[in-house]
Design a protein. Sequence first.
Lengths: 610, 470
Amino acid sequence: MFHSVICSESRKLIAQYMLGLDAEVTYHNFYPQLNQFHPLHFFTSPDSSIISKNISCASIGMNTVGIIRAPRGDGKEAIVLVTPYNPKKVVLGEALSLGVAYSVFSLLSRVTWLAKDIIWLVADSQYGEYSSVSAWLREYQAPQFHRVVVNSETCNESSTIEGKLYSGFRRAGTIAAALVVKVAEDGNHFDDSLNIYAEASNGQMPNLDLINIVNYLAVHKQHLRIKVSKMWSLLGSKWLNTLGVVLECIGQYARRLNPQWKFGIPANEYVEGTATLASSMYYQGLGVPTGPHGAFRDYQVDAITVEISPKVSPTKMNRHIDFIFRGGRLIEGVVRSINNLLEKFHQSFFLYLLTSPSKFVSVGVYMIPFALLGAPLPIVAASLYMFSSKTTPQAPVASEVDFSLESWKWINSAKKVFVIHLWGVAVSLLPYFLCRIPGLTPTNNLTVWGSFAVLSLVILFSMLGYPTSVAVPSEAEKREWANLKSVTLSATFIGLSLMSVINFATAEIGALLIVPFCLMARPLMLDIQARSMRTLLLATCNLALGFIAFPPCAFLLLKSAFDSSGGYNISDYWNWMESLWAWNSATYLYIGIVHLPCWALCIHILFHPS
Amino acid sequence: MTKKKKVQWFWMWVIGSVTLRLILVYFPRNLNLSSRPEVSTPLTSLRRLAEGYWLKRSSMSPYAGSMYHGSPLLLTFLGPLTVTRIEGQPDQLLCSLVFVIADVISATLIRAAGRSLQAAYSSSLKVIGLHQLSETSEVLPSGDFAALVYLWNPFTIIACVGLSTSAIENLVVVLSLYGACKRLASLAAFGWVLATHLSLYPSILIIPVILLLGYGPDAPPRKLFQQRIKLEVGNSSSIGSNNLKEELKDQSSVLKVFAWRLVVHFFIWILLWSSYVLVLCGIYLQKHGGLQELYRRTYGFILTIPDLSPNIGVLWYFFAEVFDFFRSFFLMVFHGNILLMIMPLALRLNHRPCFLAFVYIVISSLLKSYPSVGDSALYLGLLGLFSYELKDIRFSFLLFAGYVGVSLLSPVMHNLWIWRGTGNANFYYATAIAYALFQVALVIECVNCMLNHDRMVTKLTTTKLKDAKS
């Protein structure tokens, strides 16, 4: 009860402040949605209308929205400022972010140059920052006409505020851009700095120009240090530092040869760039948005989160006004830049990876290594196909009765590959049902999942007629693995190129893991029979690669390599996968439908009796 | 015994495919197939048909507002089904059922046509003396095979579940081919008239249908028969058996002569059926501009390509880019492209009219103004009919992988362009070009393989003839 009073009081206070600036103020009620698994979320337009019925009044979240109409605008475009705060437990950082946003808002309500409406969304983050923002956006972009029946009518408390408060949902024009403003809780002891979070769902990024604007204004106008997230563990790694030094030396040497060549960069810059790049790839590849800005990207709105991190913790800060002033100046500058735009940001700067706040790797560059990595797949597939379809020398005279479907031999392998991919689909749908069973720990879930996967795979192989006979296989059977591998490689190639379009970072990381194994895989029996040093090395290599490419192993290995906090548990894998599917990440589908089946097929080739 | 087994197995597969369709019909919301550009073009979309029906019911022209561009017959047939809803069932359940039934009927027709084709082919091989080849040609049940390919092709399933009227267009095309294979002039004419009425492009099928009716189903090149008959007549005259001579002469007359009567019947039936269809359409559109309006809104819409919304074809992008004063020129070029290929192909493949029809269908679905996956479904199904002749086709795996890859990549690119805004039209159009390339490769390889097969048959018969002479 006490909490709800605080909630409504703080909400009222914010609304009154907004009203004091002559803004249109409304409340937006929303019902926190449980994370649900939509396997085809990626392909559907973002208007999925799922409503959970009968929600009690206590679980309603309430966003406060203020809109300033632009005096010079036609009301067709708008800029959104978002400040998430939790009314049940207001902390100083959130209060400060409200202060920054309010100062900007009050300024903007008076300026004459405004051409786009300003929406200030105070997002109720008691159920998570993302869900409140996405609920508001869903209502804004795709209104639902059947509303939820709320049990009690006491939820509506807006009438108690004096002054005019609009009922119903208010809109401004199409959203040009959105800024999520936050203030970090604890000081960083170095300098006032600014963290930028940009990754939205499935590795989508906002337009680079938005990041550039923030970066430029923060560095050159407000003298803030800009930071994007880094893989901290990479910074201290010896081999990376050595590599950086080597590259620096090469660069210096090259410059001495020809002053025009300027590709050498200082070692520490190289290391920092790599750490940033790794983190950028990781967060893009994860496919989970890094903040409430992710909700905007689903509606083609560019949005980033700027987290201002003061030198000293807000609790110990003496001059709050100064801090608000500085933050407000920055936000004002960004809003003004977007306000002055006549068109949308140019569409060609969405595909990039950040190496520092001011540097990026564009799609034209990062596609090259991926294409080089993927290119061997079709080539090897073609050569294996030729190898497997080489006809055994027969008398050509018998061509009249020759009825071997020579050019259709791949059908059998294709059938196998298809069935294994279906198995992958079944395996990736299973967690959906497992989550329905209450009271299972992550370890239990993982055990059930794993055992189901293995069991169904064994059954499938026995149904497909796994060649287990030790009898001497015929020439055609010997070639069968080559045919199977060729089809597997084609499937991997199609899967990877598909994923590289959906989420490049996932495809890149996945290709690094699966492509070497796919290319190397050949029956161990062949290697063991040959008994030479080379083939034994090849066999060990294959086994090692097969181990690394197995998704849980890959996860744990990468985690132990990059996460120095220690304590690795196999149940982490379940939690990780659960978070992936809860966020409808395409990475989850990639692992289940592309990576795992291809891995299983390669293992099958590895243990093929030849 | 073995044949019976095959039949049982066949019907199991048919039932399986119907079950799969029915399962998918129950999840229309999640799949949302009927709004995909790959499935529903302005001509085949059921949503547009429902709109047209609504307009007609409120006593307006169904073609008002450039929404509907199909036939009035489809409106009377499917229109009432779009508005009947059954409580607790998916919205367009009845229409989906109609499409499922249409698919099954097409498959059975393909099967029957395939069987008669196969029987005719093996008997004609026997006539030219290639008994072994004729036996091997019966090993593959190509009719069953083609029917199953048609039913289980993901394209067919998607087009059927995605509520596209192409299932019905395909049905009438198959009906016409079936009628021609069975030499039923009235049925062939009925199918051809309806197919032309529904989507215009099948009108070029009149050449293969006439050849089918005139010469009979696919056979090896005709000169082989003449050589063979000459030889046998010579042999029999030396032996001096009069009866055999007569028999052979009968055979030769059956094989050589173009059945003019049947073709004339066919044309009379075409006249009858088309006047019937036109009268029906005229009555339906009496108050809304009559037949002129019909031609303007259906054939005119197909030929002038005013709707440039993206689809899997190659024309929309081109006509979005082309300067307005070149538009009519390029319209002629693109449509002439189809017409240009009719004659050479007809001359080269006139002994294989069914295969000729297949090639025509591929070409027209490639250069169509509003292609959809339903068109591909039809020719991929018909491809199965020639599984014996095309068993040595090259690049089969490459083509298969290409079709799979493109059909997966295309929706993703569309999503990237339309929903995410990170890509642009070029991304999607690139997949359309790739798709067109694979189709071209497919048709080239098929024709190439068929000609090689003919060469092989010719070689075998000439060596046999030489053996017989020496």
